[in-house]
Design a protein around this ligand. Structure first.
Ligand SMILES: NC(=O)c1ccc[n+]([C@@H]2O[C@H](COP(=O)([O-])OP(=O)(O)OC[C@H]3O[C@@H](n4cnc5c(N)ncnc54)[C@H](OP(=O)(O)O)[C@@H]3O)[C@@H](O)[C@H]2O)c1
Length: 268
């Protein structure tokens, strides 16, 4: 991988994992187009990184916002690397979720990566090498109570990625799926952080995820699941889901307690 030749569009660059990926890639010589909705945060990040980077402000949760992002990309050098990292994670029982929650989750986590890839693919295919990374989650392989919308979006993203990997086999476009486990960022509300602690779930740093992404690209690993025992549970869930049903049902009272607490807090 010739990092210094890469022009990378990184979505969700202002977030916890996004900032860490931006720093890791910038330190390797990649030129970045940093996307998010907060211009100030993106500019501050761009200024803090080694090298020269661009920012693009866009809301990718609507087709108009995505079209606007794609229009703005014409100002920049052709993209050789796309990292679909932006995401949201509503927490709670399904009945507490609004229509907006349903729509925003699927739009941001699933439709946006699909639409961005579709728009950029023709130009990427003309390059000698191009790279796409979709940032999924352990919850893209394991259904978890009170994360049903998030799981639906990330299961979808994993299926989409796998189909695309197979569709583009033999082309110059290399497609990757990276599944972090719980990571210390503000996507996780205080209640989710407390729940992870109560459940004994390991939490990684965003820097660890960024390092894993770089290593995955370097090694050409199509799928990467971060963390043990999570990667083992992913396999067990695929082969023997009832074993995981039984393990998770024991945790349900704890999960529901924190979901109820969260629902009360967002009403205040
Ligand atoms: N943290 C975890 O525990 C964890 C675990 C597994 C997988 N992941 C995945 O890792 C990725 C990054 O998450 P994170 O933990 O870094 O979350 P984060 O800190 O909340 O960052 C989310 C990023 O997505 C952007 N974003 C959200 N909605 C957007 C929209 N409508 N339009 C444009 N940008 C939008 C945010 O931009 P703004 O600044 O504009 O809000 C922000 O840059 C996500 O795909 C997430 O699902 C995270």
């Amino acid at each position: 991988m010739n990092w210094a030749n890469q022009h990378c569009l990184l979505t969700g660059a202002s977030g916890g994992i996004g900032q860490a990926i931006a720093r890791t890639l910038a330190e390797s010589g990649v030129q970045l187009i940093l996307q998010g909705r907060n211009e100030q945060a993106l500019q501050a990040l761009a200024n803090s990184l080694p090298g020269t980077h661009q920012i693009v402000v866009a809301d990718i949760s609507s087709s108009q916002g995505r079209d606007e992002l794609i229009r703005q990309l014409a100002r920049f050098p052709a993209i050789s690397m796309l990292i679909n990292n932006a995401g949201i994670a509503p927490f709670g029982e399904l009945q507490s979720m609004s229509d907006e929650d349903l729509e925003q989750t699927i739009q941001t986590n699933l439709l946006a990566p699909m639409a961005l890839i579709r728009a950029l693919l023709p130009a990427m295919k003309k390059r000698s090498e191009a790279y796409i990374v979709n940032v999924g989650s352990t919850f893209g392989s394991i259904g978890f109570a009170c994360q049903s919308l998030y799981c639906a979006s990330k299961f979808g993203l994993r299926g989409f990625t796998e189909a695309l990997q197979r569709e583009l086999a033999g082309s110059s476009v290399n497609v990757f799926y990276l599944a972090p486990r719980a990571t210390q960022t503000t996507i996780n509300s205080d209640d989710v952080v407390a729940m992870n602690k109560a459940l004994g779930n390991q939490v990684d740093s965003p820097e660890l995820v960024a390092k894993a992404l770089k290593a995955q690209l370097q090694q050409g690993l199509r799928r990467k699941f971060i963390g043990f025992p999570e990667k083992l549970f992913v396999r067990i869930n695929g082969a023997f889901p009832s074993l995981v049903d039984n393990a998770l049902v024991k945790k349900l009272p704890i999960i529901k307690k924190f979901a109820a607490q969260h629902a009360k807090e967002i009403l205040v």
